[in-house]
Design a protein around this ligand. Structure first.
Ligand SMILES: O=P(O)(O)O[C@H]1O[C@H](CO)[C@@H](O)[C@H]1O
Ligand SMILES: O=c1cc[nH]c(=O)[nH]1
Length: 232
């Protein structure tokens, strides 16, 4: 047991899917895993391990934002030996050609979070996806005929921005979409020399103002999760 995860050593697989929402973690385990068991309920942050196509795999919620995912990533890696950390999250589009329901692989993650500014004394660290996981995800998506987009995303500390136009400064520089955790995950994984990738599904668009319903989100999340599960 670690500070925030109530699992025993060996309870968690080397590959874990990490949605922000703990109820999405429960849904993934119940929908896709054979013989899932729950290894964590501390703070309601459900975590499960089971098998998918015969391979052992885990899933756990991370909560929202860089500080929250950083706590869980640290403990998963240093206390439970997790090697492949795959975020599966929702994101808001910053580009007209990144549409609702599109799946985006985050090659790199810009951020408004102060964590790396503190860590690197104001210098600019570039949180980057693991190349091996990235290539495997591209291949898995192609084999399932799931279209993907890939590029830089923004991990923001703010969900509700005061300035509704501020996304334009990022979209002008090619940032595809906004979420809240990838930069933290990539940084912690790099520090510990393990592998991380964020796979995102566009749930709303800051460009068009469109948004998906909860039901639509469930169906379209399936593509992202089916790609992520192939990385186990
Ligand atoms: O769908 P999840 O994984 O929670 O991801 C996105 O949704 C949350 C905001 O609603 C933030 O965590 C953001 O990164
Ligand atoms: O962090 C997020 C996630 C989805 N949509 C957004 O606008 N922001």
């Amino acid at each position: 047991m670690s500070v925030h995860i109530g699992a025993k050593k060996g309870d968690i697989a080397e590959t874990i899917l990490l949605p922000g929402d703990p109820l999405r973690a429960k849904w993934i385990a119940e929908t896709y895993f054979d013989n899932p068991f729950c290894f964590n309920e501390i703070r309601g942050m459900y975590g499960y391990t089971g098998t998918y196509n015969g391979k052992r795999v885990s899933v756990m919620g991370t909560g929202m934002g860089v500080p929250s995912i950083s706590i869980y990533a640290n403990e998963l890696i240093t206390e439970y030996g997790v090697k492949n950390l795959i975020r599966v999250g929702s994101a808001g589009s910053y580009q007209a050609d990144v549409k609702i329901r599109d799946v985006v692989l985050a090659m790199s993650a810009s951020s408004t979070s102060g964590v790396n500014e503190l860590r690197f004394g104001g210098a600019d660290y570039a949180p980057t996806a693991n190349f091996g996981l990235f290539i495997k995800a591209v291949e898995a998506a192609r084999s399932k005929n799931i279209p993907i987009k890939a590029g830089n995303v923004l991990s923001s500390d703010e969900f509700y921005e005061d300035d509704k136009e501020s996304f334009k400064k990022w979209s002008k520089f090619g940032v595809l979409c906004v979420e809240m955790e990838a930069a933290g995950l990539y940084t912690i994984a790099a520090k510990h020399r393990v592998n991380a990738l964020a796979i995102l599904t566009i749930s709303d668009s800051l460009v068009s103002g469109e948004s998906t319903t909860s039901k639509e989100r469930e169906t379209t999340f399936k593509h992202m999760i089916e790609v992520a599960l192939e990385l186990a």
